[in-house]
Design a protein around this ligand. Structure first.
Ligand code: SDX
Length: 426
């Protein structure tokens, strides 16, 4: 199949590539060569594919999300987060022995060099945990200097295991730094998700019993956040990695991209928005008007999505899980009702319906994190913890696929050639 472009009276042909879910893309790799310099312009890459990938499939119109062909509903209901991490990275669900070896290898690497404390100590208690975690992830390079020789399957595996092992410790440290708790190294007798909870919440002078309701809720949330094709932070990981920067450096860059309130930082912004509405008397109609007013910078955080023009399937699952978790924990949270009220109004409002703005993954997740006792500033760190296997899988696919360095072009709109002006002539 071909696509034809006419430019300046001439016709040019380009191959059309077809994905395994019958998606079509015009391959414009030869555009500049064929036309003598023509490029495309696509702000925010809304219509541009950056790669071919076999990891995650989204259908935004139908609200479909699959990891390696398995539906998000199926995995969220039946899998463990570690199984999903293995699936995303290596392409298949692990056998029991493969999963046990995977976790044994992770446990063997879960110590973080004591010297890393000095870097953590350098941060003020008020430092945002996302800044702490992205810095510490980068600092891990200094303690694991061997860059990843991607031609070596063993090197690649070891780097992946180290990151999956140490990243949860860094996330827990970021929380404990903020709460003034001594650092905790976890307990290898626990499962991966249970250990995250213990590292985050165990008090120095008390035992910590993992609540299975909380562990199950966190397991599901981490699965739901594990990958999402070429979103902003994943594209960042792939572009940084395409320069052959190492895995840890690439993931650190992805954490920084995720921090933004238009992306993963939205889960914190949603709770702050809902709390603001509650403080302001719970008048959701007033905030709906603000969200629609072009003169007002206020946006309905947790609503809208670049790809989903239907319900984000993750938001559906999280909304139901919020009811279940708060019910099981006996938690009453008035902002859940405010969230549901906003959703109902938005789904009946022409502005949102016309623009196909639905709740996204961030709209309800914070309500569950809150019920689990996770502070608001840690919400995006929890997103990063879930997204880590997806970032790793995408980085690995890009490097093994020998992708070229990511280097977009531009349309220059600045000054034409001009001569230097001496100071007395300016
Ligand atoms: C994530 O890409 C991914 O896959 C990301 C993610 C993942 O798993 O990695 O799914 C995670 O980042 C989810 C999104 C979290 N962000 C938010 O909830 C922030 C609020 N949402 C928006 O800022 C916005 O919807 C984006 C950033 C999510 C998407 O922006 P787009 O695709 O660039 O769309 P746009 O900004 O051009 O909006 C189109 C129209 C505009 O109105 P018009 O100019 O056409 O009149 O919709 C309006 C926007 O003003 N609009 C909103 C809105 N989102 C879009 N109006 C009010 N409130 C909103 N939330």
């Amino acid at each position: 199949m071909k696509a034809k472009i006419e430019f300046d009276g001439k016709f040019y042909e380009f191959p059309v590539t077809k994905g395994s879910e019958d998606e079509y893309a015009i391959d414009i790799s030869t555009l500049r060569a064929q036309t003598g310099g023509l490029i495309t312009l696509d702000r925010g890459f809304k219509n541009t594919g950056s790669c071919e990938s076999a990891i995650t499939f989204l259908n935004g119109e139908e609200g479909i999300l699959r990891y390696r062909g398995y539906s998000i509903e199926d995995l969220a209901e039946n899998a463990s987060f570690l199984e999903v991490a293995y699936l995303l990275i290596f392409g298949e669900l692990p056998s029991e022995s493969e999963l046990n070896k995977f976790y044994d290898d992770i446990k063997a690497e879960s110590n973080v060099d004591e010297e890393m404390h000095k870097i953590l100590d350098g941060f003020p208690k008020s430092a945002h945990p996302m800044g702490v975690v992205s810095s510490l992830t980068n600092a891990l390079i200094a303690f694991n200097p061997s860059s990843v020789n991607v031609e070596s399957k063993e090197d690649m595996y070891n780097a992946i295991i180290k990151l999956l092992a140490k990243f949860p410790v860094l996330c827990a440290w970021a929380l404990r730094k903020r709460t003034g708790q001594p650092l905790d190294y976890g307990d290898d007798s626990l499962g991966y998700v249970e250990n995250v909870l213990k590292m985050m919440f165990k008090k120095a002078n008390q035992n910590y019993e993992v609540d299975p309701v909380i562990a199950s809720a966190l397991n599901k949330l981490l699965i739901l956040h594990a990958d999402h094709e070429q979103n902003c932070s994943t594209s960042t990981v792939r572009v940084v990695g395409s320069s052959h920067a190492g895995l840890f450096a690439s993931i650190s860059a992805g954490i920084s991209a995720l921090w933004g309130p238009l992306h993963g930082g939205a889960n914190q912004a949603v709770i702050e928005m809902l709390e603001g509405i509650k403080e302001d008397g719970g008048d959701t109609k007033k905030y709906m008007q603000k969200a629609k007013d072009k003169e007002d910078p206020f946006r309905l955080m947790g609503f809208g999505h670049r790809v989903y023009k239907n319900f984000d399937p993750r938001a559906r699952i999280i909304k139901k899980s919020a009811d279940d978790v708060l019910g099981n924990l006996g938690v009453e949270d008035p902002i859940l009702d405010i969230a549901k009220g906003l959703e109902k109004e938005a789904l009946e409002d022409d502005y949102f319906v016309k623009r196909k703005l639905y709740p996204n993954v961030d709209f309800y997740s914070g309500i569950i994190y809150r019920a689990l006792g996770i502070p608001t500033e840690m919400f995006t760190v929890m997103f990063a913890l879930g997204r880590l296997p997806g970032w790793i899988a995408q980085w690995r696919e890009m490097r093994l696929g020998k992708e070229p360095i990511g280097r977009p072009r531009q349309v220059y709109t600045g000054e034409k050639l001009r001569s230097y002006k001496p100071m007395d002539q300016r």
